[in-house]
Ligand binder design. Structure first.
Ligand code: NAD
Length: 907
C-alpha cells in the first residue's frame, strides 16, 4: 500500500477536554501521546442549550486531517435537522499563526457530521515545531450558532405549501453575504428541493435573495438524474400587512443535476432591498417567514414502440401528462406568464431533444391554440456539433380511437447556420382538446407523442479534404463532399412525406451552388446540382459549368457489426481504458466507421423487442462478451441471414449454440488467452478467501461487530492442503504455477496430460479418474470450458463424492454445476465454501438461489474483465476483425468453430 492511502495515526489521545468559553464557543484541548488511531472523538459537550455535539478529528492519509462537528443522533431524531454556522480555530503559540475555517451546514440524520475536510496537515498536529502543540496540547476552539427555525409542510407529492420561519436571524446577518441559509429538504415530484436565503451586496445596493434549489441528494438514494416540471411561488411574508408580501412566480423544468440544461436553482438575488427587509415589517422580533407554494406536473415520459425499427438515429417518445384538466387553468395563465411546459430531454444520435407545449392566443380569445414544438440541442448544456435534418411527427394521441389522434409530420434542418422551427404554433385548438366529449383527455390524462428520425450531414470542400475521408478524387477542378448518414431510413416514404434535402451553399466558378436530393413518395431518389443567382452579377448566368456527381450509397464491402456490452453509465468516464462497455464499444467505433462499416452497440439483448433483435436479420458480425452475454441461440442464428462471424471479446463461448453455428457455416472465435492471467489471479484470491474464512470477518466489521471466535474456529492455512484443478489448460496451468510457493499438494484432472515441463515445474500430479481425485481434495477449482461433457458435471452425486466441507472455486462456467446441488451442498455443509463469478443465466436474476445460499463468496462476472484484460481482448478483437475484412486467417487457437467443425474439446 502506498502512504497516500494509509491513514496516518495522530497518536493515542491522552486526554480530550472541552471547556465552555461563551454561549457560542467551546475550547477543546487534545493531547497526543503514543502512535495510534487515525480517528479521535472528543467527549460530548453541550451547545445552545440542549444540543449535544462532539468533535471528530480524522486523519486523511498523510496529506490532511479533517475536523468534523457531529450532532449526536438523539438530538437529530428529536428535531429532524439543525442548520448551523460553525467555525474552527486551531490555536498557535504565536497567535498570528492560528488557523481558522468556517462554514454553514445542515446536520441531518444522514449527515450528522459536518466539517472541514482539509483542515490541517497531520504533521502540524503531531510535531511541536509548528507551534500548534503548546501547554502539552493542541487547542481547537469551536464556535457554533444554531438557527432557531420553524418548518411546516402540507400537501401531497404534486402540490405543497412550505413555511419556513427563521427565529434568530440576527445571529447570522454577518455571514449571510458569504453563506446562504438553506431550509430543510423536501421531495416534490421526482426532485428534492430546498429554499435558499442569502444576502447580496454590490455597487447598486444591499439585497436579500431568495431561491428554490434542487441539488440536494440527502433524502433518498434516488438516481442522480431526477427531473420534474415545476411551477412555484416564493414569498417573503410581511408580518404587519399581508398585502405587502413580496413574492415571485417561476416555472420550468428542474433536475437534480444541471447536466441536461434543467434548472437546479431558480430565484432572485435581488428579491428585496435589505434595509426594507429589516425595517418594513418583514423582520419582527428577529424573525422572518418565507412561504413556498409549489406544484409539479405529474407525467410519464417513456420510449414507445419501435419506429422505423428504431436505430441509433431514431426514437419515439410518449409524454403523458396527468391531471391535465387542472393543469389547463395554469396553461390559460399563459397571457400573464408566457408559460411553456418542456418535457424531459431525450437523445437521438447524441443529439438532445425535448418537447415543448404552450397555448398560443390568436386574435380572439375563443380561438386559442396549443402550440407544440420539438426543440433541438443547443438550448441545453450539451454542445452542438452536428448539422442534421430532422424528420419528425408530433401527435396528440386519442387513447380510444387511434385514427382520431392528431398527427403532423414535417422535415426540418438544424445546424449552427440554419435553425428551422420544428413544430406548429397552431397544433390543435384548446377548446377541442379540453372538450370532454372529444376524448383526448382520458381519465384526465393527455398523451403526446413524438417520432424523431435524424439524418446527419457532413460537408467538406476541397480535393484534399475530400481525399482525407477516403473518397477518391480523380478530376481537375474542385471537389465537394456531402455525406448523409442514415440516408436509406430517412428517405423511407412510409410516413407519407416526400423529403427534399439540400446541402450547404458553396461557391464554384463564381457561382453559388448546392447539392440537392429529393426522396419522392414513389421511392425515387433524385440527386441534382442547384445553381442559385450568380455571385458576381455582371457575369450573367451564361458561364458554362461542367460537373460530375458521384453518388456512393455505402462503401463497397461495408459490414454491419453489432457489439453487445453492458452499460457503464458514469463509470465510463472514470477511466479512459475502460473499453468493455456500450459507451466505448471496445474502442472500435472510429476505426470501423473510418472504413465505411456500420457499428451498432447495445446492452439490450433479451426479449423479442430488444435492440439486438432488430439487427439480427441484417448483421454481418456479432461481437459478444461473457460478462454480459448475448445468448446466440439456434433460432437467432436461423434468422441472421447475413451473419458470418461470431466473436467473443474475451474467452468463453458458453452463450453461443456452437452446434447451430457450425451447422450454419459460421465462424466462432474468441481472444483465447486474453484474460487467463486475470482469472488465475482471481482464483488464488478466492481460494484464500475461502480457506481463511475471510468473508464473515469482513461482514462483522461493517456491521459494527467483533467476534474473533466466529471466524477463527474455521480459518486455516493453505499450506499442506490438497488442491485439485479440473481442467488444466491456460488458466489451470497459470493457477498451478501461482500456487506452487504455497506448498500445497497439487493434483489435476484433464482430458489430456499436461506438458511434462509444466508438470515438473509445478509438481502437480495427474489424476485420470475425476471421481478418484475428488475425495482427496480440500479445495477444488474448475477450469474447463462448458461443453456437452462438462455441462452439469458437478451434480448431487459428484458433490457427494467430495470430502465433507470441500471448498469449490468456479470461474469457468455456471452451468458446469447443478444449481440446486450447489445450494444443497452449501446448506448441508457438504460444501464448506463456494466461490466464483460465473452464473447461469447472466445477469443473474434477483432470485437466483446462489445469491442467498450460505457459505458463498460469489461475485458478479468480473474475474476476466480487469482493465488489463479489457485492453488485451479489445486489441485481439480488432485484430480478428481486421483479418476478417482482409480475408486472412485468425490465430489458430482462437477458433472455436471453423468451417463447420467445433474445436476438439467442444466435440
Ligand atoms: N470468469 C471469467 O471471467 C472467465 C474468463 C476467461 C475464461 N473463462 C472460462 O474458463 C474456461 C477455461 O479457459 P482456458 O482459457 O483455461 O481454456 P483452455 O481451453 O486453455 O483450457 C481448458 C482445459 O479444459 C480441458 N477440458 C475440456 N473438456 C474437459 C473435460 N470434459 N474433462 C476434463 N478436462 C477438460 C481441456 O483439455 C483444457 O486443458 C473458458 O472456457 C471459459 O469458459 C472464464
Amino acid at each position: 500500500m502506498s502512504s497516500r492511502s494509509t491513514p496516518r495515526p495522530f497518536g493515542v489521545c491522552g486526554e480530550i477536554k472541552v471547556d465552555e468559553l461563551t454561549d457560542f464557543s467551546r475550547l477543546s484541548r487534545w493531547s497526543f501521546e503514543k502512535n495510534s488511531s487515525p480517528e479521535l472523538r472528543s467527549p460530548p459537550f453541550k451547545f445552545a442549550g440542549p444540543l449535544d455535539c462532539r468533535l471528530v478529528l480524522h486523519s486523511r492519509g498523510s496529506n490532511y486531517s479533517s475536523l468534523y462537528l457531529e450532532v449526536l443522533y438523539t438530538n437529530i431524531v428529536k428535531k429532524g435537522s439543525y442548520l448551523a454556522f460553525f467555525s474552527f480555530t486551531l490555536e498557535n503559540s504565536d497567535h498570528s499563526k492560528s488557523h481558522s475555517r468556517d462554514c454553514i451546514s445542515r446536520f441531518t440524520a444522514k449527515k450528522p457530521s459536518q466539517g472541514i475536510c482539509k483542515f490541517a496537515r497531520p504533521f502540524a498536529l503531531t510535531n511541536p515545531d509548528f507551534g500548534f502543540i503548546f501547554d502539552n496540547s493542541v487547542k481547537i476552539i469551536v464556535d457554533l450558532r444554531v438557527l432557531s427555525e420553524a418548518w411546516s409542510i402540507t400537501g401531497d407529492n404534486s402540490s405543497k405549501k412550505c413555511s419556513w420561519t427563521l427565529e434568530n436571524i440576527s445571529l447570522f446577518t454577518d455571514m449571510l453575504s458569504s453563506y446562504q441559509l438553506i431550509s430543510p429538504a423536501f421531495e416534490t415530484g421526482d426532485c428534492i428541493f430546498r429554499i435558499i436565503v442569502r444576502r447580496t451586496k454590490d455597487d447598486s445596493g444591499d439585497y436579500l435573495g431568495l431561491f428554490l434549489d434542487s441539488t440536494e441528494t440527502d433524502i433518498s438514494n434516488k438516481d442522480l438524474y431526477t427531473t420534474c416540471w415545476v411551477m412555484f411561488k416564493l414569498c417573503i411574508v410581511n408580518q404587519e400587512s399581508a398585502s405587502e408580501n413580496v413574492y415571485f412566480d417561476f416555472y420550468g423544468r428542474f433536475g437534480g443535476v444541471n447536466k441536461f440544461g434543467d434548472y437546479t436553482k431558480m430565484g432572485q438575488s435581488k428579491h428585496l432591498d435589505w434595509p426594507k427587509f429589516i425595517g418594513s415589517g418583514f423582520l419582527v422580533d428577529d424573525s422572518a417567514e418565507f412561504v413556498l407554494l409549489i406544484k409539479v406536473i405529474e407525467e410519464r415520459f417513456s420510449q414507445s414502440l419501435p419506429f422505423h425499427s428504431r436505430t441509433e438515429y431514431s426514437d419515439e417518445r410518449l409524454w403523458e401528462i396527468k391531471k391535465f384538466a387542472t393543469f389547463k387553468d395554469t396553461l390559460k395563465k399563459r397571457k400573464v406568464l408566457g408559460l411553456s411546459v418542456e418535457s424531459m430531454r431525450f437523445e437521438v444520435a447524441k443529439q438532445a431533444f425535448r418537447l415543448v407545449i404552450y397555448p398560443r392566443g390568436k386574435s380572439s380569445q375563443s380561438s386559442q391554440q396549443l402550440s407544440f414544438f420539438l426543440e433541438v440541442g443547443e438550448n441545453f448544456n450539451i454542445s452542438f456539433d452536428q448539422s442534421c435534418f430532422v424528420s419528425y411527427e408530433l401527435s396528440v394521441i386519442h387513447p380510444k380511437t387511434m385514427d382520431k389522434s392528431i398527427r403532423k409530420c414535417a422535415v426540418g434542418h438544424y445546424s449552427t447556420r440554419c435553425r428551422d422551427e420544428l413544430g406548429w404554433t397552431d397544433f390543435v385548438s384548446l377548446g377541442n382538446l379540453f372538450d370532454p366529449s372529444s376524448g383526448y383527455t382520458s381519465g384526465d390524462t393527455i398523451t403526446l407523442s413524438a417520432k424523431v428520425l435524424l439524418l446527419k450531414e457532413t460537408f467538406l470542400e476541397g480535393n484534399a479534404e475530400v481525399e482525407k475521408v477516403g473518397f477518391p478524387v480523380d478530376m481537375d477542378g474542385e471537389s465537394f463532399y456531402w455525406e448523409l448518414e442514415n440516408f436509406i431510413y430517412f428517405c423511407d416514404s412510409s410516413d407519407g412525406i416526400s423529403k427534399v434535402i439540400r446541402s450547404p451553399d458553396f461557391i464554384f466558378g463564381r457561382q453559388k451552388l448546392r447539392m440537392g436530393v429529393l426522396c419522392a413518395l414513389d421511392g425515387t431518389i433524385v440527386a441534382y446540382l442547384l445553381r442559385d443567382l450568380p455571385v458576381v452579377e455582371n457575369l450573367g448566368d451564361g458561364v458554362p459549368l461542367e460537373f460530375e456527381c458521384k453518388l456512393a450509397l455505402a462503401a463497397p464491402g461495408s459490414k454491419k457489426i453489432v457489439g453487445v456490452f453492458y452499460k457503464a453509465g458514469d463509470y465510463a468516464e472514470m477511466n479512459p481504458n475502460f473499453v468493455d462497455c456500450v459507451e466505448r464499444g471496445l474502442g472500435l467505433r472510429d476505426w470501423l466507421e473510418s472504413q465505411g462499416h456500420q457499428y451498432i452497440v447495445t446492452d439490450d439483448k433479451e426479449g423479442p423487442d430488444c435492440e439486438l433483435e432488430k439487427h439480427i436479420p441484417d448483421l454481418h458480425v456479432l461481437i459478444t462478451t461473457p460478462f454480459h452475454p448475448a445468448y446466440v441461440t439456434a433460432e437467432r442464428i436461423k434468422r441472421a441471414k447475413n451473419l458470418r462471424l461470431l466473436l467473443t471479446a474475451g474467452s468463453g463461448t458458453d452463450h453461443i449454440d456452437l452446434n447451430a453455428a457450425a451447422a450454419a457455416g459460421l465462424t466462432v472465435a474468441e481472444v483465447t488467452g486474453s484474460n487467463v492471467v486475470s482469472v488465475a489471479e482471481d482464483e488464488v484470491m478466492r481460494i484464500l478467501i475461502l480457506v481463511r474464512n475471510f468473508s464473515p470477518g469482513y461482514h462483522q466489521v461493517t456491521r459494527g461487530e467483533w467476534n474473533v471466535a466466529a471466524i477463527a474456529y474455521n480459518a486455516y492455512d493453505l499450506e499442506a492442503k490438497t488442491l485439485g484443478t479440473v481442467g488444466v489448460g491456460r488458466t489451470g496451468g497459470l493457477l498451478l504455477q501461482r500456487l506452487k510457493p504455497f506448498n500445497c499438494n497439487l493434483l489435476y484432472h484433464d482430458r489430456l496430460k499436461m506438458d511434462p515441463e509444466l508438470e515438473n515445474e509445478t509438481g502437480a500430479k495427474f489424476e485420470e479418474d475425476l471421481d478418484a481425485m475428488l475425495p482427496k481434495c480440500d479445495i477444488i477449482v474448475i477450469n474447463t470450458p462448458l461443453t456437452e461433457n462438462t455441462k452439469g458435471m458437478f451434480d448431487k452425486e459428484r458433490i457427494a463424492k467430495c470430502k465433507k466441507g470441500v471448498l469449490i472455486v468456479n470461474n469457468a462456467s455456471g452451468a458446469i454445476m447443478d444449481t440446486q446441488a450447489v445450494v444443497d451442498g452449501c446448506s448441508s455443509g457438504q460444501i464448506g465454501g463456494y466461490s466464483g463469478d460465473v452464473w447461469y443465466p447472466q445477469p443473474a436474476p434477483k432470485d437466483h438461489p446462489w445469491r442467498y445460499m450460505p457459505n458463498h463468496t460469489m461475485t458478479t462476472h468480473i474475474s476476466g474483465a480487469t482493465i488489463d484484460a479489457q485492453l488485451r481482448y479489445a486489441a485481439g478483437t480488432k485484430d480478428m476483425l481486421d483479418r476478417y475484412f482482409k480475408g486472412e486467417e485468425f490465430p489458430p487457437q482462437n477458433y472455436i468453430v471453423k468451417e463447420g467443425e467445433l474445436a476438439s474439446q467442444y466435440r
